[in-house]
Design a protein around this ligand. Structure first.
Ligand code: NI
Length: 152
């Protein structure tokens, strides 16, 4: 198995808060990340695909294709956006790096032409990053009426 990684960047704003909680509870848990008008990050996304190199091309996946998938399916949708309001697939989801990475996985996995998605690594800063390997997780999606639905 060979692991191939494409790295890309985007800048976005977000606010971390749970709409079912009081303001004081949100402040207690999310502190500055609960700033009402949001705050921004320069995110770095690293996506790793695993597979056997094709005998004819030597590629696990053509990195130009992976680049295009990430550009079209992810970067164009999140770059210079507010993750709480502007991104369909994050609608109602608390946009922590954890939750964003899982939602990215679901999108990227469906689009891969070859190889197997191995990891989605999302840096929120130089020091803070999350890594997701596709194990089933449940993410809560809040609706406008604050009734919550579960996702896988
Ligand atoms: Ni933040």
């Amino acid at each position: 198995m060979v692991y191939v990684t494409r790295k890309c960047h985007f800048s976005a704003s977000h606010r971390l808060y749970n709409p079912e909680w009081s303001d004081s509870r949100n402040d207690e848990i999310f502190d500055k990340c609960n700033n009402v008008r949001g705050h921004g990050h320069n995110y770095v996304l690293e996506v790793t695909v695993a597979g056997q190199p094709d005998p004819e091309t030597g590629y696990v996946i053509d990195l130009k294709k992976l680049r295009d998938i990430l550009e079209e399916e992810i970067i164009e949708k999140v770059d210079h956006k507010h993750l709480n309001y502007d991104v369909d697939f994050l609608d109602g989801i608390i946009p922590t790096a954890e939750n964003i990475a899982v939602m990215f996985w679901q999108i990227i996995e469906r689009k891969l032409p070859s190889g197997k998605l191995h990891s989605v690594k999302l840096f929120e800063s130089d020091n803070n990053f999350v890594e997701y390997f596709g194990d089933p997780v449940k993410i809560k999606r809040f609706t406008a009426s604050h009734e919550a639905a579960e996702l896988v």
